[in-house]
Design a protein. Structure first.
Length: 527
């Protein structure tokens, strides 16, 4: 049908007012069908012929024939499929405006040890391919059928095969086979499991194939050494500082900086000694700081980057990086933590000093330094944005939320609601699950902010400025706050509420009530 189609396309390009559609050369029953079209309607004739030829051609294509071996059927599932009610909620999440609820819903399915219905597997597997942060929770609810399906589609090879490393010695042969022949996802799963149960065995397995791995795969494998990291990993990581890949080297340096006794931390400590001097006077501790020069090759090997970071100058950024890799005990041996932070807070290079200690506290998992740095920030007169989530993660959950309440309470009286919103939005995206008490605190702040902006003419209080952080809270708060939303519900019926605010409040309440319905559906399973 190439000839008639090309002539039809040429007629369409030239225009029916200059060229008449040619219906000759049509095969089989297609010719008599086209003869039934109105020859006086040139435009209709072009469209009719185009549709007829396209349909005729498509109908005549013979399906390809598969001649390979028939795959073995999937094994029976170990866990049940979720209920019809939860299936309906999953459908709404996947097809409507509630897509952000998907991780929460799938996590609830995982906890309930239930699986998604089979007809949702292709869609979920494709979502996992597109959004890597969903992969772990998707893998937990697709069951054996999902893994069987993923094994037959190269696009879904991120799904790991079923492996059992509960007894590493008994499963040694299976582990080695999965490591030698498995997909990247399967091999990552093997290494992750071993690092959780037998870290030394996991590192030894990685060493057997390290030199043959692709650079991007070496980077992903090396990141998993963060699990069960210990001084026994240091020789391997020290060697990785000389890796040929520019992506591998900084990962190795970051891991070594988590080991205060490592050679890298010792080298950083020696670099910092000539740059910082602590002088004790009768009244206070004084820090004398000299900014470092450009890093030499040895310093670059240890992960120092000669570039600006965190709004600091280039040399101040180098100082910050060095401090971030120095053992915190080095400073504690010279002065109390609070005294050091107080002195740094009065120094002209305070931003780099405090940021360096913040990084070191995170890397070394030191809650005392995290607590002291947060407490210092809360005492400052100037309220500004602070990256609090990483420091707070070092603290016990109840203490963490108490400090967040203090910090946010400091922001509110400062009448800088844009900073409040930015901070709340960051907390809402942290991945933590809030307590009901903290949710009530945030929800009360949201309602107060909403009321305060109704009569405000400040640009930062325009309705569109509120929407982003309100939507973050809609997917973060404990859903029980629904029972405290009477004033927001009443606002929807107010005549003077503008359309944009009305729609924002409506969506907030709708999302919270939908999440509450999901919670109740799973609670019903336990009753």
């Amino acid at each position: 049908m190439t000839g008639p189609w090309e002539k039809l396309v040429a007629t369409a390009l030239v225009g029916t007012d200059r060229q008449t559609p040619d219906a000759s050369g049509l095969e089989g029953a297609l010719g008599p069908f086209v003869e039934q079209l109105n020859p006086n309607d040139a435009e209709g004739l072009v469209l009719g012929m185009g549709g007829a030829i396209a349909t005729y051609t498509q109908a005549g294509i013979q399906a390809s024939e598969y001649t390979g071996p028939v795959p073995d059927p999937c094994e029976a599932e170990d866990f049940p499929i979720c209920s019809d009610l939860i299936t309906q909620q999953l459908q709404r999440v996947l097809s409507g405006p509630y897509r952000q609820v998907l991780p929460e819903l799938l996590a609830s399915l995982k906890e309930a040890r239930q699986l998604v219905p089979a007809h949702y597997l292709p869609l979920l597997l494709e979502l996992g391919r597109q959004q890597s942060h969903l992969r772990a929770v998707i893998e937990a609810v697709i069951g054996k059928r999902g893994r069987w399906l993923a094994a037959h589609n190269p696009s879904w090879r991120y799904v790991s095969e079923d492996i059992d490393v509960a007894d590493p010695e008994a499963q040694a042969q299976a582990i080695q086979e999965n490591w030698d022949t498995g997909t990247l996802a399967t091999r990552l799963a093997v290494l992750r499991s071993l690092r959780e149960t037998a870290p030394a065995q996991g590192r030894a397995l990685l060493e057997t194939s390290w030199k043959q791995e692709k650079a991007k795969d070496r980077t992903e494998f090396l990141k998993l050494l963060d699990i069960g990291l210990s001084s026994e990993d240091e020789p391997f990581l020290e060697a990785a500082l000389d890796d040929r890949s520019k992506d591998v080297r900084p990962v190795a340096a970051a891991l070594l900086s988590q080991l205060p006794s490592s050679q890298l931390c010792t080298r950083m400590m020696e670099r910092i000694k000539p740059l910082m001097e602590l002088e004790t006077t009768a009244k206070e501790l004084v820090l004398k700081v000299k900014l470092p020069d450009e890093p030499d090759q040895s310093a670059i090997r240890d992960g120092l980057l000669n570039q600006k970071m965190y709004r600091l100058g280039q040399r101040a950024s180098l100082l910050m990086q060095m401090i971030g890799a120095v053992p915190l005990q080095f400073w504690e041996d010279q002065a109390p933590i609070e005294t050091l932070i107080q002195a740094a807070g009065q120094h002209k290079w305070r931003a780099g000093l405090l940021k360096g200690w913040e990084i070191a506290a995170q890397r070394q998992g030191n809650p005392r330094w995290g607590r002291a740095l947060m407490t210092h920030a809360l005492k400052q007169e100037t309220v500004a944005e602070l990256e609090v989530n990483n420091l707070l993660a070092l603290l016990p959950f109840d203490e963490r939320e108490a400090l967040m309440e203090q910090w946010l309470t400091r922001l509110w009286p400062a009448e800088n609601r844009s900073v409040w919103r930015t901070t709340v939005a960051a907390i809402a995206q942290s991945g933590d699950i809030p307590s009901l008490g903290f949710s009530r605190f945030l929800f009360a702040g949201l309602k107060a902010d909403f009321r305060a902006t109704l009569s405000s003419s400040k640009p930062e209080d325009y309705p569109y400025r509120l929407r982003a952080y309100i939507m973050h809270l809609a997917f973060y708060l404990d859903v029980e706050v629904c029972h405290e939303a009477d004033d927001l519900q009443a606002a929807l019926n107010a005549d003077d509420l503008d359309t944009y605010r009305r729609e924002t409040v409506r969506q907030l309440l709708e999302i919270l009530h939908f999440r509450l319905a999901i919670k109740q559906a799973f609670a019903h399973l336990d009753s």
